[in-house]
Design a protein around this ligand. Sequence first.
Ligand code: KIV
Length: 263
Amino acid sequence: MVAVTINALHELKKHDKKFPVITAYDASFSRLAHNAGIDVILVGDSLGNVVQGHDSTIPVTMGNMIYHTEAVRRGSAKSFVIADLPFMAFSSEAQTLDHSALLIQAGANMVKLEGGAWLCNTVQMLSERGIPICGHLGLTPQSVHKLSGNKVQGRGEEATEKIIQDALRLEEAGVDLLVLECVPSTLGSKLTAALNIPIIGIGAGADTDAQVLVVYDMLGLSPSIPTFCKNFLEDTDNIEAALKSYAEDVRSGRFPGPEHTFS
Ligand code: KIV
């Protein structure tokens, strides 16, 4: 396999080819994802929920993220690995640079940070120093308390416009990819058309350039599976086949279906 690059992912968008992304937190799932043809892996701070058993991502530390990023990298040498900067790990430019460097040294190809246009200076600073960045808009779980819970975002004209403006400014500042979480599918479509960078949707409708799911959710291992997710293990008897079926369904546009989208 040829290593995945940012340029290759941008080319997929240009040619209207959708790609699958999956979370992984250890070497075994990273290897299984690679074997299933999924070569963009997110070491998400969702590990706070699904691995550590917390009720939010807030307790996750930089130490945790480094440990899991190293494990994921060991499982698949050539996958494109995106690692989350956890809660309050990007509060100042100097802190963000130090923490991003640690994640890249741990094996990540790119760091992800949650938030809107207020991050533009930080994004520009990282980008100028050669650190690839994934933005994250819509539902941003690190802000669960400010948002009064993990709810669909971007409903109504003002909220829609705010997310679009944030996304345009982040793109201008230098983000290379953008995760869009839990928004109406109409907003997912609009944003995908408005931006040149690939949009990775999760609960953002069928029209985004890529989809990402939390691996424990799509294997039915989480206590409750979000409505935008599908249990891909239900129709097969092994994890690799479930991951393959997810990858095929994203590439063909079969997933997400209307039952997995928000209006
Ligand atoms: O932490 C994570 O797994 C994420 C995805 C839900 C996009 O940020």
